[in-house]
Write a protein that binds this ligand. Structure first.
Ligand code: GLA
Length: 387
């Protein structure tokens, strides 16, 4: 649990100034994986796990960043920020500062304390929460330019650019968007084409149980970017037949039936995951809105199977977790959430049975893999804000 008072006090002791404190949440994605950068649909929710950014101004030309998680302080000259990533925790705040400057803002010299409880490398968007917390802290306390304000979707775009251009992951907009725009007790159906979104209330009787397989992933430069290239290759082939296909969002299952044979097998499989994933995500939002839980559960199961077999972004441990969850009558739906290759499963569970469900799941997973999974119970939380 994050301790706002302690973070404020520690900041004041370290830097000798009372900070303002901002919070940006991580997220869990209920359905729609690797669809965002194809301008498709995703349905995440912000979670109770978050990053705090405490900020105060200073009177030289520097920015000092202290990470409570890493127990490290890093100081930079604002006029000479690093030009490229150092594969270090500072990449995220520095990427954001760089993007703010490129967008015409002039961050003031400041002290920034970052502390988060989003588990790292587990598919719950710890990095997006650091980026968004940094951005709203700087914009909220330490910007000189006029207008000193960006809308939450604009903050999300700026943080995505930090991730793409500085950190080096060619990720989509989902994580930063829901960290900025999430709403308590709601999932957010986002159209990644025009960033329009609608909120679907998560019924009171439904609990979100997140289960960490404890298999760590890393996206920067790895499989994530490979998948993205495969998707682009598929789009190229479809575009030869239908020039209006700019992204897989524009393609239909029929397009794949007609022209998929021209694609390498893996490319066809990746594209099929995205094209069917968009249809599943929109259908899942409708099912959630109408409280049609059996349909929601079926779509989540299909989504996991597609992620495993077509996108090949699951891992044996996540498959075991999903299978174990699905065999429990308390479970409405289960699937691997986030960028893939490890991380967490998301389980929608009858709320009053969530504790028993979690206990059984952890015990059965330990028996089958020898790994002690972690459980995170979370309500859908609010988007980024000042505390
Ligand atoms: C990561 C990326 C997102 C999205 C998911 C997969 O979390 O940051 O943009 O592509 O993977 O759905």
């Amino acid at each position: 649990m994050l301790n706002v008072t302690a973070t404020k006090e520690n900041h004041a002791l370290r830097y000798g100034a009372e900070p303002l404190v901002f919070l940006a949440p991580g997220r869990v994605n209920l359905i729609g994986e690797h669809t965002d950068y194809s301008e498709g649909f995703v349905m995440p929710a912000a979670i109770d796990f978050a990053t705090l950014a405490a900020i105060s101004l200073r009177d030289d030309q520097r920015v000092s960043i202290f990470s409570e998680n890493f127990g490290e302080q890093a100081d930079f000259d604002l006029a000479a920020l690093p030009a490229k990533a150092a594969h270090h925790w500072t990449d995220y705040p520095i990427g954001v500062l760089t993007q703010l400057i490129q967008a015409g803002f002039q961050p003031k010299p400041s002290n920034l304390t970052l502390v988060g409880d989003v588990p790292l490398g587990s598919g719950l968007s710890s990095s997006a929460s650091v980026e968004v917390a940094t951005a709203i802290a700087i914009l909220g306390a330490a910007v000189e330019a006029d207008p000193a304000h960006l809308s939450p979707p604009q903050v999300a775009r700026l943080c995505q650019r930090a991730e793409n251009h500085f950190v080096g992951t060619q990720s989509g907009i989902m994580d930063q968007f829901v960290s900025c725009c999430g709403a308590a007790n709601h999932a957010l159906l986002l159209d990644c084409r025009d960033l329009s979104f609608s909120l679907a209330r998560i019924p009171d009787g439904l609990g979100i149980v997140i289960c960490n397989s404890m298999i760590k992933h890393s996206h920067a430069g790895g499989e994530y970017n490979t998948r993205r290239k495969e998707i682009e290759e598929g789009v190229e082939i479809l575009r030869r037949h239908r020039p209006e296909i700019q992204f897989l969002r524009d393609a239909t299952p029929e397009d794949l039936q007609l022209h998929g044979h021209e694609m390498p097998t893996d490319v066809l499989k990746r594209c099929r995951h995205v094209v069917t994933g968009n249809l599943r995500t929109v259908a899942a939002a409708k099912a959630l809105e109408t409280n049609d839980l059996p349909t929601l559960g079926r779509l989540m199961a299909e989504s996991h199977a597609s992620y495993r077999d077509d996108f090949e972004a699951s891992c044996p441990e996540a498959d075991i977790l999903v299978e174990l969850a699905a065999s429990d009558p308390a479970c409405v739906g289960a699937r691997l959430t986030g960028g893939g290759f490890g991380g967490c499963t998301v389980n929608l569970v009858k709320a009053e049975q969530a504790a028993a469900f979690s206990e059984k799941l952890v015990a059965a997973y330990l028996k089958s893999t020898g790994i002690a999974a972690e459980i995170y119970q979370s309500l859908a939380g609010a988007g980024a804000h000042r505390l």
